[in-house]
Design a protein around this ligand. Structure first.
Ligand code: PEP
Length: 244
Protein backbone atom coordinates (compact mmCIF):
# COMPACT_ATOMS: atom_id res chain seq x y z
CA UNK A 1 0.00 0.00 0.00
CA UNK A 2 1.48 3.33 -1.07
CA UNK A 3 0.80 6.29 1.25
CA UNK A 4 -0.85 9.05 -0.77
CA UNK A 5 1.27 12.14 -1.22
CA UNK A 6 0.14 15.66 -2.06
CA UNK A 7 2.79 18.26 -2.87
CA UNK A 8 2.26 22.00 -3.17
CA UNK A 9 4.33 23.83 -5.77
CA UNK A 10 4.01 27.51 -4.93
CA UNK A 11 6.19 28.36 -7.96
CA UNK A 12 7.45 31.98 -7.78
CA UNK A 13 4.55 33.13 -5.62
CA UNK A 14 4.14 34.14 -2.02
CA UNK A 15 5.81 36.28 0.61
CA UNK A 16 6.68 35.98 4.28
CA UNK A 17 3.18 37.18 5.13
CA UNK A 18 1.56 34.73 2.73
CA UNK A 19 3.49 31.79 4.21
CA UNK A 20 2.54 32.73 7.77
CA UNK A 21 -1.13 33.02 6.82
CA UNK A 22 -1.08 29.78 4.85
CA UNK A 23 -0.02 27.62 7.78
CA UNK A 24 -2.46 29.31 10.12
CA UNK A 25 -5.28 28.49 7.70
CA UNK A 26 -4.18 25.01 6.62
CA UNK A 27 -6.33 22.35 8.25
CA UNK A 28 -5.33 18.82 7.32
CA UNK A 29 -7.54 17.11 9.91
CA UNK A 30 -5.15 14.15 10.09
CA UNK A 31 -5.72 13.66 6.38
CA UNK A 32 -3.56 10.52 6.26
CA UNK A 33 -1.85 11.77 3.13
CA UNK A 34 1.78 12.79 3.25
CA UNK A 35 1.89 16.52 2.55
CA UNK A 36 4.85 18.40 1.09
CA UNK A 37 5.14 22.17 0.67
CA UNK A 38 7.60 23.50 -1.93
CA UNK A 39 8.01 27.27 -1.42
CA UNK A 40 10.49 29.51 -3.26
CA UNK A 41 14.07 29.24 -1.86
CA UNK A 42 13.97 32.35 0.37
CA UNK A 43 11.07 30.92 2.37
CA UNK A 44 12.43 27.42 2.95
CA UNK A 45 13.61 28.15 6.47
CA UNK A 46 10.43 29.96 7.42
CA UNK A 47 8.34 27.05 6.15
CA UNK A 48 10.68 24.57 7.91
CA UNK A 49 9.84 26.33 11.20
CA UNK A 50 6.11 26.30 10.52
CA UNK A 51 5.97 22.60 9.62
CA UNK A 52 8.33 21.42 12.36
CA UNK A 53 5.61 20.04 14.64
CA UNK A 54 3.17 19.07 11.93
CA UNK A 55 2.96 16.08 9.60
CA UNK A 56 4.15 18.19 6.70
CA UNK A 57 7.46 17.89 4.86
CA UNK A 58 9.51 20.61 3.23
CA UNK A 59 10.34 20.51 -0.47
CA UNK A 60 12.28 22.70 -2.89
CA UNK A 61 11.36 23.50 -6.48
CA UNK A 62 14.79 23.04 -8.03
CA UNK A 63 18.45 22.37 -7.24
CA UNK A 64 21.83 22.46 -8.92
CA UNK A 65 23.37 19.27 -10.24
CA UNK A 66 26.73 20.58 -9.00
CA UNK A 67 27.86 20.02 -5.42
CA UNK A 68 29.53 23.39 -4.65
CA UNK A 69 31.66 26.12 -6.15
CA UNK A 70 31.55 28.95 -8.67
CA UNK A 71 27.94 28.57 -9.82
CA UNK A 72 26.43 31.97 -9.11
CA UNK A 73 22.75 31.86 -8.32
CA UNK A 74 22.58 28.10 -7.85
CA UNK A 75 21.56 26.12 -4.77
CA UNK A 76 23.04 22.70 -3.96
CA UNK A 77 21.40 19.58 -2.61
CA UNK A 78 23.53 19.78 0.55
CA UNK A 79 22.32 23.33 1.20
CA UNK A 80 18.73 22.19 0.86
CA UNK A 81 19.35 19.37 3.34
CA UNK A 82 20.99 21.88 5.66
CA UNK A 83 17.70 23.78 5.97
CA UNK A 84 15.63 20.63 6.61
CA UNK A 85 14.42 20.09 3.04
CA UNK A 86 13.34 16.51 2.36
CA UNK A 87 11.93 16.60 -1.19
CA UNK A 88 12.95 18.43 -4.36
CA UNK A 89 11.12 18.83 -7.65
CA UNK A 90 13.29 18.02 -10.68
CA UNK A 91 12.37 18.43 -14.32
CA UNK A 92 9.27 20.57 -13.89
CA UNK A 93 8.03 21.46 -17.36
CA UNK A 94 8.63 25.15 -16.67
CA UNK A 95 12.30 24.37 -15.98
CA UNK A 96 12.49 22.26 -19.13
CA UNK A 97 10.76 24.77 -21.42
CA UNK A 98 11.75 28.17 -19.96
CA UNK A 99 15.28 27.32 -18.79
CA UNK A 100 16.24 24.75 -21.38
CA UNK A 101 16.78 21.88 -18.95
CA UNK A 102 17.40 18.70 -20.94
CA UNK A 103 16.38 15.27 -19.71
CA UNK A 104 20.08 14.54 -19.17
CA UNK A 105 20.47 17.57 -16.92
CA UNK A 106 17.30 16.59 -15.07
CA UNK A 107 18.79 13.12 -14.55
CA UNK A 108 21.96 14.71 -13.11
CA UNK A 109 19.81 16.73 -10.71
CA UNK A 110 17.95 13.57 -9.74
CA UNK A 111 21.26 11.85 -8.92
CA UNK A 112 22.63 14.90 -7.04
CA UNK A 113 19.45 15.06 -4.96
CA UNK A 114 19.64 11.41 -3.96
CA UNK A 115 23.35 11.58 -3.19
CA UNK A 116 22.53 14.17 -0.54
CA UNK A 117 19.57 12.27 0.84
CA UNK A 118 16.84 14.31 -0.81
CA UNK A 119 13.83 12.61 -2.37
CA UNK A 120 13.44 13.78 -5.97
CA UNK A 121 9.98 14.38 -7.38
CA UNK A 122 10.70 13.73 -11.04
CA UNK A 123 8.26 15.51 -13.37
CA UNK A 124 7.49 14.09 -16.80
CA UNK A 125 4.78 14.96 -19.28
CA UNK A 126 3.95 15.53 -22.90
CA UNK A 127 3.13 18.73 -24.75
CA UNK A 128 -0.22 19.22 -26.46
CA UNK A 129 1.41 18.69 -29.83
CA UNK A 130 2.95 15.42 -28.70
CA UNK A 131 -0.44 14.22 -27.45
CA UNK A 132 -2.28 15.30 -30.59
CA UNK A 133 0.27 13.64 -32.83
CA UNK A 134 -0.05 10.42 -30.85
CA UNK A 135 3.36 10.14 -29.26
CA UNK A 136 2.68 11.25 -25.70
CA UNK A 137 3.91 7.94 -24.28
CA UNK A 138 7.11 8.07 -26.34
CA UNK A 139 7.89 11.55 -25.04
CA UNK A 140 7.33 10.43 -21.47
CA UNK A 141 9.35 7.26 -21.99
CA UNK A 142 12.29 9.32 -23.26
CA UNK A 143 12.14 11.66 -20.25
CA UNK A 144 12.06 8.68 -17.90
CA UNK A 145 14.80 6.81 -19.73
CA UNK A 146 17.35 9.55 -19.07
CA UNK A 147 16.93 8.85 -15.35
CA UNK A 148 16.64 5.07 -15.72
CA UNK A 149 20.02 5.13 -17.48
CA UNK A 150 21.65 6.63 -14.39
CA UNK A 151 20.12 4.77 -11.45
CA UNK A 152 19.26 1.29 -10.19
CA UNK A 153 15.89 -0.01 -8.96
CA UNK A 154 16.69 0.73 -5.30
CA UNK A 155 17.30 4.38 -6.18
CA UNK A 156 13.98 4.59 -7.99
CA UNK A 157 12.22 3.27 -4.91
CA UNK A 158 13.48 6.34 -3.04
CA UNK A 159 11.91 8.72 -5.55
CA UNK A 160 8.52 10.08 -6.53
CA UNK A 161 7.37 10.60 -10.12
CA UNK A 162 4.84 13.26 -11.16
CA UNK A 163 2.98 12.95 -14.43
CA UNK A 164 2.23 16.50 -15.51
CA UNK A 165 0.84 16.91 -19.02
CA UNK A 166 2.24 20.27 -20.12
CA UNK A 167 -1.11 21.25 -21.65
CA UNK A 168 -2.81 20.86 -18.27
CA UNK A 169 -0.40 22.91 -16.14
CA UNK A 170 -1.93 26.20 -15.10
CA UNK A 171 -4.45 26.04 -17.93
CA UNK A 172 -7.56 24.89 -16.07
CA UNK A 173 -7.59 21.90 -18.44
CA UNK A 174 -7.16 18.60 -16.61
CA UNK A 175 -6.45 15.18 -18.06
CA UNK A 176 -9.48 12.97 -17.59
CA UNK A 177 -9.01 10.35 -14.86
CA UNK A 178 -8.85 7.72 -17.62
CA UNK A 179 -6.20 9.63 -19.61
CA UNK A 180 -4.13 10.11 -16.47
CA UNK A 181 -4.53 6.47 -15.40
CA UNK A 182 -3.32 5.27 -18.79
CA UNK A 183 -0.10 7.26 -18.45
CA UNK A 184 0.39 6.38 -14.77
CA UNK A 185 0.05 2.68 -15.58
CA UNK A 186 2.57 3.12 -18.39
CA UNK A 187 5.05 4.91 -16.11
CA UNK A 188 4.71 2.24 -13.43
CA UNK A 189 5.47 -0.42 -16.00
CA UNK A 190 8.55 1.47 -17.23
CA UNK A 191 9.85 1.66 -13.67
CA UNK A 192 10.21 -2.12 -13.74
CA UNK A 193 10.76 -3.92 -10.46
CA UNK A 194 10.65 -0.58 -8.56
CA UNK A 195 7.26 0.31 -10.04
CA UNK A 196 5.06 -0.98 -7.25
CA UNK A 197 6.90 0.99 -4.60
CA UNK A 198 7.03 4.36 -6.37
CA UNK A 199 4.37 6.96 -5.78
CA UNK A 200 3.20 8.49 -9.04
CA UNK A 201 1.47 11.85 -8.66
CA UNK A 202 -0.76 13.59 -11.17
CA UNK A 203 -0.28 17.30 -11.76
CA UNK A 204 -2.15 19.71 -14.00
CA UNK A 205 -4.95 21.97 -12.76
CA UNK A 206 -5.83 19.72 -9.81
CA UNK A 207 -8.56 21.26 -7.67
CA UNK A 208 -10.82 19.96 -4.91
CA UNK A 209 -13.55 19.51 -7.54
CA UNK A 210 -11.59 17.06 -9.71
CA UNK A 211 -9.25 15.52 -7.12
CA UNK A 212 -11.48 12.67 -5.93
CA UNK A 213 -12.07 11.30 -9.42
CA UNK A 214 -8.34 11.42 -10.18
CA UNK A 215 -7.36 9.81 -6.88
CA UNK A 216 -9.82 6.97 -7.42
CA UNK A 217 -7.63 5.64 -10.23
CA UNK A 218 -5.50 2.64 -9.34
CA UNK A 219 -2.13 4.14 -10.25
CA UNK A 220 -2.66 7.73 -9.11
CA UNK A 221 -1.05 8.07 -5.69
CA UNK A 222 -1.57 11.76 -5.11
CA UNK A 223 -1.00 15.12 -6.74
CA UNK A 224 1.48 17.86 -7.45
CA UNK A 225 -0.59 21.01 -7.10
CA UNK A 226 0.36 24.44 -8.46
CA UNK A 227 -2.29 27.17 -8.54
CA UNK A 228 -4.70 25.56 -6.09
CA UNK A 229 -1.93 25.12 -3.52
CA UNK A 230 -1.86 28.87 -2.96
CA UNK A 231 -5.27 28.66 -1.27
CA UNK A 232 -4.86 26.87 2.06
CA UNK A 233 -8.52 25.88 2.28
CA UNK A 234 -8.58 24.45 -1.24
CA UNK A 235 -5.25 22.70 -0.75
CA UNK A 236 -6.47 21.17 2.52
CA UNK A 237 -9.49 19.76 0.70
CA UNK A 238 -7.25 18.17 -1.95
CA UNK A 239 -5.08 16.59 0.78
CA UNK A 240 -8.13 15.15 2.49
CA UNK A 241 -9.46 13.81 -0.82
CA UNK A 242 -6.15 11.99 -1.38
CA UNK A 243 -6.48 10.13 1.89
CA UNK A 244 -9.97 8.77 1.28
C1 PEP B 1 2.52 22.57 -11.30
O1 PEP B 1 3.00 23.68 -11.23
O2 PEP B 1 3.24 21.58 -11.13
C2 PEP B 1 1.10 22.44 -11.57
C3 PEP B 1 0.60 21.23 -11.72
O3 PEP B 1 0.38 23.60 -11.66
P1 PEP B 1 -1.23 23.74 -11.71
O4 PEP B 1 -1.78 22.89 -10.60
O5 PEP B 1 -1.49 25.19 -11.51
O6 PEP B 1 -1.67 23.25 -13.04
Amino acid sequence: MRTPLVAANWKMNGSREFAEGFFTALDLEDSGAEVVICPPFPYLSLVADRVANRAIALGAQNLSHEAAGAYTGEVSAAMLRDVETRYVIVGHSERRSLYGESSELVASKFVAAQESGLVPILCVGETLQEREEGWALDAIAAQLQAVLDRVVADDLKRAVVAYEPVWAIGTGRTATPEQAQEVHGFIRERLGSAGDAVRILYGGSVKSGNATALFSQADIDGALVGGASLDAEEFGKICRAAAQ
